[in-house]
Design a protein around this ligand. Structure first.
Ligand SMILES: NC(=O)c1ccc[n+]([C@@H]2O[C@H](COP(=O)([O-])OP(=O)(O)OC[C@H]3O[C@@H](n4cnc5c(N)ncnc54)[C@H](OP(=O)(O)O)[C@@H]3O)[C@@H](O)[C@H]2O)c1
Length: 244
């Protein structure tokens, strides 16, 4: 079996490391790629084709893990040449997923949940063809959500809505705790119900949110755009907080 990779960043690199089998060959291309990506690819034994079109034509499974902004173009430009499964792992809105479904033959929409460079992220997949990806369980936990294209993208948005809103609330509450010289005690009493690692996880979440507040705000706007029939009072408040 041939698995083609479009994009060789953190996601693809980890999949390449996890999916090790004599029966599976990975292929990719240097076409228009940065020196950083080319260096990463050269450190592996992946077969390199001249073009992504060639990668697409030869792949039984073609994985797109590039960036949210390029996902649709990648599907339109290369995905259309793939007769196998097209697995999109980009963090894109369900609307983009539906557009991609119109450009490729056998779309599976996927979400990698969990720390990307860990040994045990979980791959969630949606779409009729996701049954054909169950063999991946040998290498990475692979859970089918449903036959409906878009369900993985919707779940990603809902997860993002929860985690980002919670981060905004944590930022607000811990700021007030600090002003009152009660920051340690604040985390300590929350850890009683939220678990021993609550402090470390919260601080990591707060720092990550503050360091990437522009991207996080864009993602919250994406949630508000997609679920425009919903009230989303909490998400809108989180956006207001992040924009401050
Ligand atoms: N990191 C995570 O925790 C995570 C988890 C789940 C999902 N995702 C999603 O998965 C995707 C990849 O994430 P990542 O963390 O692996 O990103 P990354 O480390 O930034 O790597 C992106 C890779 O895609 C390549 N690329 C970008 N545009 C391309 C194009 N038009 N054609 C071909 N290759 C292209 C980049 O090559 P160049 O260097 O040449 O630009 C690079 O090799 C993103 O959409 C992200 O939202 C990420």
């Amino acid at each position: 079996m041939i698995i083609g990779l479009i994009g060789f960043g953190k996601v693809s690199k980890n999949l390449f490391n996890l999916i090790k089998s004599d029966d599976i060959q990975f292929v990719t291309s240097f076409e228009n790629r940065s020196s950083k990506t080319i260096e990463h690819i050269k450190k592996t034994d992946i077969e390199v084709f001249d073009s992504f079109k060639e990668v697409a034509v030869n792949s039984d499974i073609l994985i797109s893990a590039t960036s949210p902004g390029s996902a649709l173009d990648v599907a339109k430009n290369y995905g259309k040449y793939c007769d196998g499964i097209y697995l999109d792992l980009n963090n894109i809105s369900p609307d983009t997923t539906f557009e991609i479904a119109g450009s490729v033959k056998n779309l599976v929409d996927g979400a990698i949940i969990g720390k990307i460079d860990s040994e045990n992220p979980i791959l969630y997949v949606a779409g009729k063809k996701s049954d054909d990806l169950q063999f991946l369980n040998e290498f990475i936990t692979t859970k089918k959500i449903s036959d409906n294209i878009g369900d993985a993208a919707i779940l990603k948005l809902l997860r993002s809505s929860y985690t980002k809103t919670l981060s905004a609330l944590l930022i607000e509450s811990s700021e007030i705790a600090r002003k009152n010289n009660l920051e340690d005690e604040f985390f300590e009493i929350l850890a009683l119900t939220e678990g021993d690692e609550f402090r470390e996880k919260s601080i990591s979440r707060i720092n990550n949110t503050l360091d990437n507040s522009k991207r996080k705000s864009e993602e919250l706007n994406q949630i508000i755009d997609y679920f425009d029939d919903e009230e989303l009072i909490m998400v809108k408040a989180a956006l207001k907080k992040l924009n401050r």
